[in-house]
Design a protein around this ligand. Structure first.
Ligand code: B3K
Ligand code: ZN
Length: 843
């Protein structure tokens, strides 16, 4: 397979003046007729006429009406073309019914749908399938199915056909088509300037009752983008479609977003609070892409974070506004530390803007998305809110209708704020998580912080330069008063000192407030500091961080066979009793760092993490907490019970999350009595799943699991929960056998990505189970990846990241994983997707 390099970018030599597509839909032999008007691009150097195309049957091709015979390869075709403008026409066929990759045009339960990002359009017809080629599309769909949708505005329709016209030039990856027997929830939205927009949320019959929240979320997103960014919607219709078989969460196709049904459908009895939040976030994310992604797209796929990092940043701001910035920031930090830091410190580490790839689908990663969003957050912190707003206005102004680059993005910040961003740009090119070591001294009323930054080597990048790291700092007096409110220090050198004068007493520092940069802070904090900050810090994030520090110490103590600090539980209990803290914030205080985070931290300390020992230490610490908080937990749990119908508002969610966090601990000391009662009484899925999870986590719940299955056997999304909960929470020694058994279950449809993930993904998220010393977990996953690869390489490659932490394990486990990776690599007909991933992991 060929490696593609950023440095090799060349523009496409033609401009497209219009694209007409006609689809005659059929499960086999769908006919796609294309008519594309090309004109030489006066600004681009001339080159060969090459159109991408994969797995297509070319029936005929014409140029200006004359039949031509192109040279066809597995990747596309070339053809001699006139020197001036010309019209290309082609008829091709493909088979949606046989398309198990879920890329291009495929069938999902009788419904035609498409997924074109990143390079799926080339599986629909021959085309310059690259994001910098933008064109106006007109689409005609011919089919007897009742609902026929595409991008843009509807034009004509009649029995057996519909036509759509999208006036906004777009790259082919934003093309979409849907045809099926669908029903809709209709609504409308009037934009700030008075445009009336018809909204439709399309689902299969039977799912009508699960649409309301998705629609609410859409309207809230449309309003928010007008208010926060001044961005209005630009078509007469906006449609969302729910599809059961989908590789990821959703896709931002212009005017026709396509969603994994798990990311759009929600009802109180079938969806949890977490599901509601996820629907709200993903609807917002896809909607926000209309400006950051669609109106302004990426010049090439190396710039992917230009749209993804920015759109994640925007959806984070939105969710913060909807549900509280404190808990949102904590959740984002947990995700970053659990997943992005792991990626950044392993064999798959890559910069926010990669310089090469084999298969672009392998780069839809936490680094591109979440670290990309962090980079924008830092930029905003450095230039301030006003500077950010001016830069964004300039970005939309200057680049609307264009395919832009990271350079364009940084230039608008430079032009709007006058700040030089040359060093800042290293965040886009250097991979790896920076370590910031902080030492302090106190002398004659002068307080000094000495900071040192180091960035570890990553694949292909042995040496790093110092980056610009915004370190938000506050200082507290020993009595708990804040003497320095949050101030952003700019760490730009490898080593740098910051001094603070005129202090009457040695202050207590609150460093990296709000998680102001995606770095690892290295600091030997004095005894008592964390407990002090937990009690007094004004920064909500660092207050939580202090609780995490204490929990980390307790876990370490258990791992090392030492006693847990006796002051931990009382200081946590005091915070949990603090009524000034919202329930959601108190729930966060009860969360322990993940087992994955503990493993990373041990590895950073040059120790070999043992997943089994880590799991037992975490369990012991939970038991310790459950005992210590025994008197407090029942009342916290009771506070989560709410009369009246379910509501997903932030306040109710916060109360339930505190109640259920308490329930999980309580179940360790009450034989599961409360959890069993909650399960029996539960009127909504949040309470039901929380109770079931609390039981499973302490080795109970057999009976409830059976009842849950029987009750929800017909609901595929709830059934996914049934699969994933039990595997994710299984005892380490039982997890693999259980996952194995569930792959034989009649409801295990391995070709459905959600179901596959519900079993194999859940196993990978149960570290002690997956890393069972026998290697059985590795074997099971490898077997299934090889099988899945034959049908759906994209999903197989994504799931293979479960193996990416292998280098930090003991030699026995390393050998076991290496042999499984070797077995995958040797599998006949391995896809480019999976082979790139395995190759990078083996190194
Ligand atoms: N842009 C899509 C992701 C496409 C993934 C292609 N393998 C969804 C999103 O980020 O909004
Ligand atoms: Zn996105």
């Amino acid at each position: 397979p060929r490696t593609i390099y950023l440095k090799d970018y060349t523009p496409f030599p033609w401009v497209i003046d219009g694209v007409d597509l006609t689809f005659a839909l059929a499960p086999r032999g769908t006919r796609v007729t294309s008519r594309i008007r090309f004109r030489p691009d006066p600004d681009a150097p001339p080159g060969p006429f090459f159109l991408h195309g994969e797995d297509l049957r070319l029936i005929e091709a014409r140029i200006d009406g004359q039949p031509v015979t192109p040279t066809v390869t597995p990747e596309g075709l070339t053809c001699d073309v006139p020197t001036g403008p010309f019209t290309w026409e082609a008829v091709v066929e493909n088979d949606p019914e046989l398309n198990t990759r879920l890329e291009g045009l495929y069938l999902s339960k009788g419904m035609y749908c498409t997924q074109c990002e990143a390079e799926g359009f080339r599986r629909i017809t021959y085309y310059p399938d690259r994001p910098d080629v933008m064109a106006v599309f007109t689409v005609r769909i011919e089919s007897d199915l009742p609902v026929l949708l595409s991008n843009g505005n509807p034009e004509e329709s009649g029995p057996g056909f519909a036509t759509w016209h999208d006036p906004w030039p777009k790259p082919a990856y934003l093309f979409a088509l849907v045809a099926g027997d669908l029903v809709a929830l209709h609504d409308s939205f009037t934009t700030r300037s008075g445009r009336h927009v018809d909204l439709g949320l399309w689902v299969r019959p039977g799912d009508e009752g699960k649409c309301a929240w998705g629609m609410e979320s859409l309207k809230a997103s449309m309003r928010w983008d007008e208010e926060a960014y001044g961005r209005e919607y630009d078509l007469d219709v906006f449609n969302i479609v729910a599809v059961d078989d989908f590789n990821m969460g959703a896709m931002e196709n212009k005017g026709l977003n396509i969603f994994n049904s798990s990311a759009i459908l929600a009802s109180p009895d079938t969806a949890t609070d977490a599901d509601y939040e996820r629907v709200e976030r993903i609807v917002a994310h896809e909607y926000f892409h209309n400006w950051t992604g669609n109106r302004i797209t990426c010049r090439d796929w190396f710039q992917l974070s230009l749209k993804e990092g920015l759109t994640v940043f925007r959806d984070q701001q939105f969710t913060g506004d909807m549900r509280g910035h404190g808990v949102k920031r904590i959740g984002d930090a947990v995700l970053l530390r659990g997943r992005q830091f792991r990626e950044d410190n392993g064999p798959l580490a890559h910069p926010v803007r990669p310089e090469s790839f084999v298969e672009i689908n392998n780069f839809y990663t936490v680094t591109i998305y979440e670290k990309g969003a962090e980079v924008i957050g830092m930029l905003k912190r450095l230039v301030g809110d006003d500077g950010y707003r001016r830069a964004l206005d300039l970005y939309f102004d200057r680049h609307d209708g264009q395919a832009a680059t990271v350079e364009d993005w940084l230039k608008v910040f430079e032009d709007a704020t006058g700040r030089d961003l040359a060093q800042f740009k290293l965040w886009y090119s250097q991979a790896g998580t920076p370590r910031v070591k902080v030492e302090e001294s106190w002398e004659d009323g002068r307080y000094r912080l000495d900071m040192t930054q180091t960035i570890p080597p990553t694949p292909g990048q042995p040496d790093k330069q110092p980056m610009v790291i915004p370190v938000a700092l506050g200082l507290l007096n020993p009595n708990g008063d804040e003497v320095l409110p949050t101030t952003v220090l700019e760490l730009t050198g490898g080593q740098q000192s910051f001094t603070f004068d005129n202090l009457s007493a040695r202050p207590v520092p609150s460093i990296l407030r709000g998680f102001s940069a995606p770095v690892i802070l290295e600091r030997d904090a004095p005894e008592g500091e964390a407990a002090f900050l937990l009690a007094h810090d004004t920064d909500q994030f660092n207050r939580w961080e202090a609780a995490q520090t204490l929990a980390r110490r307790a876990i370490r103590a258990r791992l090392d066979g030492q006693a847990i600090d006796a002051s931990w539980v009382p200081s946590l209990a005091a915070a949990l009793r603090d009524d000034a803290l919202a329930p959601a914030d108190r729930a966060a205080l009860l969360g322990l760092p993940s087992e994955e985070e503990t493993a990373q931290a041990l590895w950073d300390d040059k120790r070999i993490p043992d997943p089994t020992a880590i799991h037992h230490a975490h369990e012991a610490v939970r038991d310790h907490l459950a005992q210590g908080l025994r008197d407090l937990l029942p009342q916290l749990h009771d506070g989560g019970r709410m009369p009246g119908p379910y509501s997903p508002d932030a306040k109710s969610v916060g109360r339930r999350s505190l109640g259920n966090a308490a329930l999980r601990l309580l179940s360790r000391t009450d034989d599961g009595v409360r959890a069993a009662a909650q399960f029996a009484e539960a009127a909504d899925m949040t309470q039901s799943v929380a109770a079931l999870g609390a039981l499973l986590a302490v080795g109970r719940g057999e009976e409830q699991l059976r009842a849950f299955h029987d009750r929800w056997a017909q609901d595929r999304l709830v059934l996914d929960k049934w699969f994933s909960l039990q595997v994710g929470l299984a005892r380490p020694e039982a997890a693999v056998a259980l996952a194995q058994r569930l792959t034989q279950h009649p409801d295990f449809d391995w070709k459905n990505p959600n179901r596959f993930r519900a079993v194999l993904g859940a196993l990978a998220s149960n570290p002690a189970g997956f890393h069972d010393a026998s290697g059985a977990g590795y074997r099971l996953l490898a077997d299934w990846l090889i099988r899945l690869d034959g049908a759906n390489p994209l999903s197989a490659a994504r799931m293979s990241t479960a193996f990416d932490s292998w280098r930090r394990l003991d030699v026995d486990r390393q050998a076991l994983i290496q042999s499984e990776l070797g077995r995958i690599q040797a599998a006949p007909g391995l896809s480019r997707d999976l082979s790139e991933m395995v190759g990078r992991m083996i190194g």
